[in-house]
Design a protein around this ligand. Structure first.
Ligand code: SAM
Length: 270
């Protein structure tokens, strides 16, 4: 049996309504109150799972007032779940102030594992290193974008961005980092989900000025690799039975090295 807490942080789906855990449903049913961003959005999820718990909106404009309200409920022995419109609360979503204050007041808090755009994305993007730097929403101003991108040139830099800004943002990044390789995830877990791993130029061409839906993006670090090192890696893959085409796909997704060039090198080693 799971330990009981006074406040539960509960992730909700980021697109596919089924992406919610059994425990999350159980917690949402069992708590006395749900704190959410937009009651209309959360109510749809609650209706779908026949959850009758009452929800109250919580956002930056009413957080003080709500804090007192939630605190008084907790002092009456009631339990609260905090959700956001989609995904995990506090990941580019509100809740930090509430939780900070409740922890100060000695309230027991736990967080349930669950849906989150950045983890859904990063778990399907091949990387040379495990490490990645997530900056939340990338800043809007060109100066700030240039600064953050230049400061993180050697990192897998992951960010959220709105569809109406992504082209401009990628152009700014290209002006600083050149036509580097990126991974762009769109509409993850939804009907038209896709991941596009290619150079900025090719990604921009792919969408041809029109992109819709929710986006998460990663800039690969600049990772120059010597020809003899890539030849060595091709040989190793070929020894394991990989064809020239496979070597090109695998190695170009890991290094700043042209797919065609790897393919030609792999063929020349046959
Ligand atoms: N709390 C959420 C989470 O756990 O990922 C993030 C909330 S933030 C306000 C919303 C941003 O997350 C979107 O603008 C988009 O960048 C990203 N996002 C949310 N759902 C997504 C999805 N299904 N596919 C791609 N990106 C998504």
């Amino acid at each position: 049996m799971a330990r009981e807490f006074q406040l539960y942080i509960v992730p909700t789906p980021i697109g596919n309504l089924k992406d919610i855990t059994l425990r999350a449903i159980e917690v949402l049913k069992s708590v006395d109150v749900i704190a959410c961003e937009d009651t209309r959005t959360t109510q749809k999820l609650l209706n779908h799972y026949e959850i009758a718990t009452k929800c109250y909106s919580y956002h930056k404009y009413n957080e003080k007032e709500r804090l007192n309200f939630f605190n008084s409920l907790i002092s009456e022995g009631k339990k609260i779940a905090l959700v956001s419109d989609a995904g995990t609360p506090l990941i580019c979503d509100p809740g930090a102030v509430l939780i900070e204050e409740l922890i100060k007041d000695g309230v027991s808090v736990t967080s349930l594992p669950g849906a989150c755009a950045v983890t859904t994305f990063i778990s399907q993007v091949p990387r040379l290193s495990e490490e990645f730097t997530f900056i939340g929403f990338i800043p809007r101003s060109a100066e700030q974008i240039k600064k953050i991108v230049s400061e993180n040139i050697d990192k897998n830099l992951v960010f959220y961005e709105a569809p109406e800004r992504i082209f401009k943002t990628l152009e700014i990044i290209k002006s600083v980092r050149g036509d580097i390789k990126i991974a762009l995830g769109r509409e993850l877990s939804k009907l038209f989900e896709e991941i596009n791993i290619d150079t900025i130029g090719n990604v921009l061409n792919h969408y041809n000025g029109e992109i819709k839906g929710e986006i998460v993006c990663m800039l690969y670090p600049s990772c120059n690799i010597d020809d003899d090192v890539i030849v060595d890696k091709i040989k190793k893959l070929k020894n394991k039975g990989y064809k020239a085409k496979d070597c090109a796909v695998i190695l170009s997704s890991l290094y700043d090295y042209s797919k065609n060039k790897i393919y030609d090198l792999a063929l020349s080693l046959e």
